[in-house]
Design a protein around this ligand. Structure first.
Ligand SMILES: NC(=O)c1ccc[n+]([C@@H]2O[C@H](COP(=O)([O-])OP(=O)(O)OC[C@H]3O[C@@H](n4cnc5c(N)ncnc54)[C@H](OP(=O)(O)O)[C@@H]3O)[C@@H](O)[C@H]2O)c1
Length: 359
């Protein structure tokens, strides 16, 4: 596989720092450009982000002295020196939409962690094991944008990355309704306990916009391409409650599910054990070998013990049992800044590279 030069837009932020650490020794991707807001532009990465470094591993040495560019003012310069960019910025939605389209129009593909374009009908929102075929919509998106190479591809919200992978291999039984309560880590808000001490010994029963995303995004991921758009699936009915909990990393979901044709418990465990997708077939560098791990122990999965499974790219499930109102209930967990954010973005970029979309 050829090496691709890449940029990280929003490199100083929580997700951007994750990208930096994941890409340090990546076999296919070489970080050539780091960019952030005008506040950081002109400073070295170490000067701009050293004192707000939130990763447990140190800032990659080769990136420390890279001078940050201005994500908006330097678009042409950035687009001219990389094959594509990862993007994770904290800006207003309309500003992010405009910024990402400006990169695409400058012929720089964008692999985005932001939510701004998730509902754009010709922007694929891809969980690589679930809907890799949605990348085909890029051809229609390029027509709309008038680009040859540039496009935007997004990953889904971190909250759905725990329960959608667990539900996906069960769709053959006709999922009719889902109730999911999510218990989300503080890193999902770009924070840790130092910067958010109010979260110690606390729980906040509200995360702005999260329930709408958690209910709607699965339907796009399960949607179909028709006339140049991704048309959302009509089923299942999904309702959610999303809570912020005092956990550093790892989103847990408690899920209730009903089916048209109720499977046995063994059927479900077999589908989870056998669930493998294109990333596993293609042996993409960041793909977990076993996507879904089931724990038999009643007190698992636990965020602290199990979030790092397979480099934080696997999903763990547990406590599968019959329910009195729904057919089944279970618990699942995924690492929100790895599988749910930067890791999911890197895996999506690997899929795009392997399928030739950056060439
Ligand atoms: N944290 C998660 O688990 C998670 C999961 C999935 C998706 N996301 C999404 O990823 C994005 C970033 O999240 P985060 O947690 O990494 O946020 P963050 O820690 O607050 O970082 C924000 C980044 O955006 C940059 N930025 C802010 N204003 C800008 C501007 N006007 N022009 C260019 N860059 C600007 C910041 O640069 P400066 O340092 O120069 O200000 C910084 O690099 C958000 O859209 C978020 O919704 C986060």
């Amino acid at each position: 596989m050829k090496k691709y030069n890449v940029g990280i837009i929003g490199a100083t932020g929580m997700v951007g720092q994750r990208f930096a650490t994941l890409l340090e020794n990546h076999p296919w991707f070489n970080v050539k450009v780091l960019a952030a807001s005008p506040r950081s532009a002109g400073q070295t990465y170490e000067e701009a982000a050293g004192n707000r470094w939130k990763m447990s591993v140190p800032m990659p040495d080769p990136m420390k002295n890279m001078v940050l560019l201005d994500a908006a003012a330097d678009i042409d310069k950035i687009a001219g020196s990389v094959d594509f960019c990862f993007c994770a910025v904290d800006m207003k939605k309309d500003e992010i939409r405009a910024l990402e389209e400006a990169y695409a129009k400058a012929e720089c593909p964008i692999v985005s962690n932001n939510s701004a374009h998730r509902s754009t009908p010709d922007v694929p929102m891809v969980v690589p094991e679930i809907n890799p075929e949605h990348l085909e919509i890029i051809t229609d998106q390029r027509k709309r944008l008038g680009t040859k190479k540039g496009f935007i591809a997004v990953k889904s919200n971190c909250s759905i990355q725990s329960y959608v992978p667990a539900l996906h291999p069960l769709r053959e039984f006709g999922i009719t309704k889902v109730l999911a309560c999510t218990y989300q880590a503080i890193s999902g808000a770009g924070r840790n306990f130092e910067t958010w001490p109010e979260m110690v010994d606390n729980l906040i029963p509200y995360i702005g916009g999260e329930e709408e995303k958690s209910e709607q995004e699965p339907l796009k991921v399960w949607g179909t391409i028709k006339n140049g758009e991704i048309v959302k699936a009509e089923k299942p009915l999904i309702t959610t409650q999303c809570l912020r909990v005092p956990v550093s990393d790892g989103h847990t979901a408690a899920v209730f599910v009903s089916f048209d044709r109720k499977p046995s418990k063994e059927d479900i465990l077999k589908r989870w054990a056998e669930f493998s997708g294109v990333p596993q077939e293609l042996r993409l560098p960041s793909a977990p070998k076993q996507f879904i791990h089931y724990f038999e122990e009643n007190d698992r999965p636990q965020a602290k013990l199990d979030r790092e499974l397979e480099g934080g790219m696997a999903v763990s499930t547990g406590r599968l049992r019959e329910d009195t109102q729904y057919d089944y209930k279970f618990v699942c967990l995924s690492h929100n800044t790895l599988r749910g954010a930067a890791g999911g973005g890197v895996l999506l970029a690997e899929l795009l590279a392997a399928k030739g979309w950056f060439d």
